[in-house]
Design a protein around this ligand. Structure first.
Ligand code: ATP
Length: 503
């Protein structure tokens, strides 16, 4: 209870949410004003801490504590600093890559104005590299001593994250003597965490792992040393490594939108709407064979009502199960007879490692997909009428179940393969030269309805041309400075008053 009889507000700041503690310089003016004038020579310290706002936004707030006893004040500062030092998950040294051309070209400004001051406050030292060209960060990660850093931070969009992730995974495999081209080899996990400061035109990975696209919130997640493991899919063709994916790997509809939008970069972000509409109208379907291994070791299903959130029990249980299997020597045992094969005509083949929720589609492509359960949700949209396809797309934005259509199938898988009919026909060595020539005519004239042409893969927002792929999910291969999307129990939990007390 405070001196003046006011009831103390019972608010708590957990030690893990303190950003920094500093001694406060008191100037004469402060000293002479307010209730502190009673104190002959006051001493003070300020605690900077995380304050939750709406929509998963975090802000750095502060509270100053005053007392007359200098020794007592110093003891508090010392004790709180020791408390912060004892939290070993907090990073001390970071390597930061800034893409100065990402999004609205604000990456450098965002870092300097919103992130660097917070890192300084939290005594984090950062080596900053402003990228000069595409793949600069990726190449650099193969050259620098990454092991002296507690984390790698990318300032940019999903493309920049993908580049840093490829660099880090590639470097770790190289140092572990693992050949990335072998699709069957288990990959070495990356213990160095990746932080994303959103500054791109698409920041979906940040949104899916933090819940908001906000540089300050992301910086605070880095400072407190959050850790969110993330599954990564490796994509191969003919024993050649192609790419890694953490969000969407899409063939057909989403691949075609991306390919078309790449040609219209001059339109800015509007190009996605334009290309989306155009691709919808073209209503192209693609023939091929999908084969997959259903995920057996995971507890959830793509039709669950529950979404992946902070401390997700499904992700935790899957990891425990994997560790048990490791102890019994059962890890990575390939059970070849468990493949399911589906041949058909598809408007879209989407494999997602996370829900792919974004501000435009808050439910995402697979609302119950998990960030770290070692599986992907494989969504097959078979050929249907334009009207039905529109109904399917609309359900991504409302409460209805987007998988509840006879032409949509969803499976939780650990591995899958796709081969286009075009390639199958070529590989089966058909000597019918006339048919091949006809095929060439069709792909040269998209208006032709024969659909012999291939689509493109949309791999986390980048195009990937391959008419056959082999995909494998690597459970929790990388770790991010994030904690997944937090569940707020009630409004009061994040509407804390400004005069919070530290306990
Ligand atoms: N200095 C640079 N100059 C040109 N390209 C760069 C540079 N640094 C990084 N890149 C590349 O730019 C691509 C896009 O970057 P980023 O994701 O940060 O921005 P974006 O605006 O969200 O991207 P997009 O235009 O694909 O939506 C990345 O793939 C990255 O490899």
């Amino acid at each position: 209870e405070e001196e003046d009889g006011c009831k103390a507000v019972e608010n708590v700041v957990p030690a893990c949410e303190i950003v920094a503690v500093e001694e406060t310089e008191i100037d004469k003016k402060q000293c002479d004003s307010g209730k502190w004038q009673k104190m002959s020579k006051p001493h003070a310290f300020t605690v900077h801490y995380i304050k939750r706002a709406r929509n998963h936004r975090w802000r750095c707030s502060e509270i100053t504590f005053w007392c007359i006893d200098e020794q007592l004040c110093n003891q508090w500062i010392q004790a709180l600093k020791e408390l912060l030092d004892s939290q070993k998950s907090r990073p001390k040294r970071l390597l930061v890559y800034i893409n100065p051309y990402g999004g609205k070209r604000q990456g450098k400004r965002i870092y300097e104005q919103k992130v660097a001051p917070l890192f300084n406050l939290a005594s984090i030292s950062a080596d900053v590299v402003i990228t000069e060209h595409a793949n600069h960060a990726k190449d650099n990660l193969f050259e620098v001593n990454i092991y002296k850093y507690d984390g790698i931070v990318c300032v940019g969009g999903d493309g920049m994250f993908s580049e840093v992730m490829h660099g880090l995974i590639g470097r770790i495999q190289k140092d572990s003597g693992i050949d990335q081209n072998n699709p069957k080899t288990p990959l070495a996990q990356c213990s160095i965490r990746i932080g994303i400061i959103p500054a791109g035109s698409t920041d979906c990975i940040c949104y899916a792992t933090v819940g908001i696209i906000d540089p300050e919130t992301s910086a605070l997640h880095i400072i407190v040393g959050d850790c969110q493991p993330l599954d990564v899919s490796s994509i191969h063709h003919n024993n050649t490594f192609l790419k890694y994916s953490v969000s969407l790997l899409g063939y057909g509809f989403y691949g075609d939108i991306l390919k078309d939008s790449e040609k219209k970069r001059w339109m800015g972000p509007m190009r996605y709407d334009f290309s989306g509409f155009k691709t919808f109208l073209s209503h192209q379907y693609y023939e091929g064979t999908v084969s997959f291994q259903p995920a057996k070791g995971t507890v959830g299903s793509p039709r669950d009502k529950e979404s992946c959130r902070t401390g997700c029990h499904i992700c935790r249980q899957t990891k425990q199960l994997e560790e048990q299997q490791k102890n019994y020597g059962l890890e990575h045992k390939e059970v070849e007879d468990e493949w399911k094969v589906i041949k058909g005509k598809f408007l879209a083949i989407n494999a997602v490692n996370m829900s792919c929720a974004c501000p435009r589609s808050p439910k995402g492509l697979s609302p119950a997909a998990h960030l770290a359960d070692g599986s992907a949700d494989l969504i097959l949209v078979r050929k249907c009428s334009r009207f039905n396809f529109l109904r399917y797309l609309v359900r991504h934005t409302n409460q209805d179940d987007q998988f509840d259509f006879p032409f949509v199938d969803v499976y939780r898988v650990k591995r899958f393969q796709f081969t286009s009919k075009h390639l199958e026909d070529n590989e089966s060595d058909i000597k019918d030269v006339g048919k091949k020539r006809f095929g060439q005519f069709c792909s040269d004239h998209p208006a032709c309805c024969c659909n012999l042409a291939n689509s493109t893969w949309n791999c986390d927002g980048e195009t990937l041309d391959s008419s056959a792929v082999e995909v494998r999910v690597h459970c929790q291969l990388v770790k991010l400075f994030a904690r997944g999307i937090e569940i707020y129990k009630d409004e009061a939990a994040y509407n804390l008053s400004s005069n919070e007390l530290l306990s």
